[in-house]
Design a protein around this ligand. Structure first.
Ligand code: NAD
Length: 464
């Protein structure tokens, strides 16, 4: 990758728009300038939305196989530029390069998946009494989608919205987080280079609240697809809901790993450590609480410590994340919990924190930490573990480890979350839905359901 700082204008369907104001972007690895992104204003939002609104009807009118072909060409170009995009993610938000590479590779798989789904969009037909009469139920694209995305998976969370929306026949205006806009910008630039029609994919970088409000209240935006914090989700819902826009809100989690009495402790330790500290804990599907029978706790902790010893985390992506980490650790200490690790040995970089002796009332047990902290809580029985797993108002991803599959499945079904992983940690696949329940959100992404999230159902009733 070239070390020359780049200047990234807005992508709005009218070509590239330079603005008066620009945001500097520096590497989280070492502070070197990576470049600048344009700061969109209200007029730019209107320009992008109007271009999107002009572009989608012709795109939606294409046979699904042609949309699929265009999406496959896009996926192929993302595939061929994987290394460059991963390097951008690595630098702009500090994620280890291997994790950034995996994120981009999986995002390309998601585009391939939705390219195929575009061809599987179906029409249901119920024949009437005479030939040519009856009911046709067809999916129709919702229209212009505003996609507002966070910095922690700056590629995946753009693609999870962009690919199904395009497959459904919609146009998308993307507003990436200002902490990591360059990778998102690259994805939009590639979309244009892959030959997707002008206006179909826009990228508005800049101030979150300003662009977020303008998009969420714009009369021509049909749906707002948001991933981020609950605080901002409530704000966006406050703008979009009175205007009756469709909404999907993918929010934080507070993942529990329920370790059953017959669990393989090596597997449990692997799940706890892999998912506890992935992306320095800045992952919505992280394991935050390990719920273990008292008789197994010592053994499990030993195995976790052995794995933790081999881990070096990347820098935290934001200063506020670092500050939050220190606050949570201080709060745990003040409640008498024991904390191993969790120090800022090198400025900006944390060591993994392992917390014992904490329970409800300690903030890191009650609230999503979003920093590299795993708390191990001893639970007297499985019923108590299930109750604790379901206690905080989150419901994104939980984990279960147990050898007896029937017992593991029964436990999994009692957990109130959109996803439960059993005896492993690879939770996200393109072909199954990823959904937050309760305080973790509304709607879902991925899977066939992730495509249906961008359509209206239309009933054509032919009576004669
Ligand atoms: P955030 O809510 O601060 O920001 C998300 C997006 O909203 C960014 O693009 C930001 O610029 C924009 N924004 C910020 N303030 C706004 C406002 N007032 N109005 C409109 N838009 C605004 O979230 P974050 O800190 O970037 O991301 C972390 C959160 O995202 C965590 O809670 C995490 O768990 C969650 N998350 C959820 C999923 C999921 O799929 N469920 C995936 C990843 C992250």
């Amino acid at each position: 990758m070239s070390d020359t700082p780049v200047r990234r204008p807005l992508i709005t369907g009218d070509g590239r728009i330079a603005t008066e104001e620009w945001f500097p972007i520096a590497s989280r690895l070492d502070g070197t300038p990576l470049g600048e992104v344009a700061a969109a204003g209200i007029d730019d939002v209107d320009r992008a939305v109007c271009a999107a609104d002009a572009a989608w009807p012709a795109w939606a009118a294409l046979p699904p196989s042609e949309r699929a072909r265009a999406l496959s060409a896009y996926a192929a170009l993302v595939d061929s530029e994987q290394a460059r995009i991963a390097e951008l993610v690595h630098r702009e938000m500090g994620k280890p390069l291997s994790e950034a590479q995996a994120e981009v590779a999986r995002a390309a798989e998601v585009i391939h998946h939705f390219a195929a789904e575009a061809e599987r969009m179906w029409v249901q037909q119920m024949p009437g009494p005479t030939l040519g009469t009856g009911s046709w139920v067809r999916p129709a694209p919702v229209g212009v989608v505003a996609a507002i995305t966070p910095w922690n998976f700056p590629v995946a969370l753009v693609i999870w919205k962009l690919a199904p929306a395009l497959a459904a026949g919609c146009a998308v205006v993307i507003k990436p987080a200002i902490e990591a806009p360059l990778a998102a910008w690259a994805l939009c630039d590639i979309a244009e280079r892959a030959g997707l029609p002008a206006g179909l994919v826009s990228c508005l970088t800049g101030d979150g609240p300003l662009i977020g409000e303008a998009l969420s209240t714009h009369p021509r935006v049909a749906k707002v697809a948001f991933t981020g914090s609950r605080r901002v989700a409530e704000q966006i819902a406050g703008w979009a809901s009175p205007r009756l826009k469709a909404l999907s809100l993918e929010l934080g989690g507070h993942g529990a790993l329920v370790v059953l009495p017959d669990a393989d402790l090596d597997v449990a330790a692997e799940v706890a450590v892999m998912q506890g500290y992935v992306n320095s804990g800045q992952a919505c599907y992280a394991v935050n609480r390990v719920l273990v029978p008292p008789s197994l706790a010592g053994d499990l902790l030993e195995r976790m410590r052995a794995r933790i010893a081999g881990i070096t985390l990347g820098p935290m992506a934001t200063e506020r994340g670092l500050a939050r980490h220190h606050m949570l650790i201080e709060d745990a200490h003040s409640h008498g919990a024991r904390v191993e690790g969790g120090e800022e040995l090198v400025p900006g970089r944390l060591s993994p924190a392992l917390v014992t002796g904490a329970g409800p009332g300690v903030r890191l047990v009650d609230e999503e930490p979003f920093t590299p902290i795993v708390a191990v809580l001893e639970m007297d029985d499985t019923a108590a573990a299930i109750a604790e797993a379901n206690r905080p108002d989150y419901g994104l991803v939980n984990y279960v480890c147990g050898r007896d599959m029937r017992g593991a499945l029964e436990t999994a079904q009692a957990l109130r979350s959109g996803t439960v992983a059993i005896n492993g940690w690879r939770v996200v696949v393109p072909y199954a839905p990823y959904a937050g329940w309760r305080g973790s959100g509304v709607g879902c992404e991925l899977g066939r359901q992730g495509l249906e999230a961008f359509v209206h159902w239309q009933h054509l009733r032919v009576l004669a």
